[in-house]
Design a protein around this ligand. Sequence first.
Ligand code: PLP
Length: 438
Amino acid sequence: MIYFSTNKSSIPVSIKKATLEGLAPDGGLYIPAEIPRFSPEEITLLDGASFNNIAFAIANKFIGGAIPPDQLSDIIDNCYTFDTPIVQLDRNTFVEELFCGPTLAFKDYGARFLARLTGYFAAEEQKLITVLVATSGDTGSAVAYGFQGIANTRVVLLYPSGKVSRLQEQQLTTAGGNVHALEVQGDFDDCQRMVKQAFVDPDLNKSLTLTSANSINISRLIPQSFYYAWATLQLKERYDCHDPLFSVPSGNYGNLTAGVLAKRMGFPIGHFIAASNANDSVTRYIDEGRYDPHPTITTLSTAMDVGNPSNFARLRYFYHNDHTSMGQDITGIAISDEETVAAIRSAHERFGYIMDPHTAVAFRALERFRSSAIHGEKPGILLSTAHPAKFLEAIESALGKEIGIPSNLQELMGKKKCATLISSEYKELASFLNGLDQ
Ligand SMILES: *Cc1c(COP(=O)(O)O)cnc(C)c1O
């Protein structure tokens, strides 16, 4: 499989190069030249398969050739040592809990896979890879934990000062070893802009081999399709539910883009809801056909506070720049903070289920979608992207009671923060990177 850039002016590359580069030289995002297909027979053959077997079947189509099957299978077993539970709320509504990995958020799926692929390819090339990542919270922690201790790699992560939860900040700043945290006096879009600039800085790229671990990296995106495939198969096997719709809490739209990949591969997905908070530039695009990103607005679902989502370039590419065709697969629904709080309460009252604010956005969006008569009865899956304990303050204030945190998080809270404070000027990032050991 070869990969080319959404901007179409870079030469096509192997998965190794796409993984190690992150962003294409023309500033575009890598996408597979062709999305591999699973025939209905191949999908039937996956009946009863474990999560890791499904993951391997998919990964092998994208990456096969670059990594021998037995090693790819080892990488997958090493990534997914945790469960992916699907919980039924009512007859037709399910939650896929993507928060059972080490950092309690769904980004572990992509980050752990990317880390191991990067380590594998870096060793092959005998290089030291510097992973540069902008984070609004969960990406950085998943990347820090994913790459921690992986040979031939080190991580520099940028996060917006004061715009992540205390627990997230602890996860970002305590990994140590080959992981460095930069606290940026700006917002997430500043962090993202600085990272993008570093990738096209010729001087810097002479001395360092930089790559990205943002969802712009194709090797973070591919593994996110695994849990869509898994959910469609589990729903069929366990509940005789078919062609579910997925409600996806969205920020940079990597999660949703991976869903589109899974659908195009042939997995039976009925429809997508792009559930956003007040940062609704994609939602408005789908409705109106005009992409007019606004500055980032701070909300309760902080990991989705993205004014100008990076994976929108891929989504647009997949739908040939046509918002009507995008709208046939994806309905965009924006949810306010007030509705988010009401949704946390309502899920708790009706189902005894505690949702984090991101999952609650997806829940409310699904309800609103269903209230339109056309879509009423389709089975729906909420992607639950974070463990409620990661957003303790928001949930406890919504529910008016304490929910407590798991013991591994308690331990984390006691660790010492280690971060370097910088302004949002690019030159400060460049000078930090130049100061690292060569
Ligand atoms: C990153 C994140 C999202 C948004 O995912 P994207 O792939 O950026 O759209 C949603 N919820 C949580 C908890 C996240 O960490």
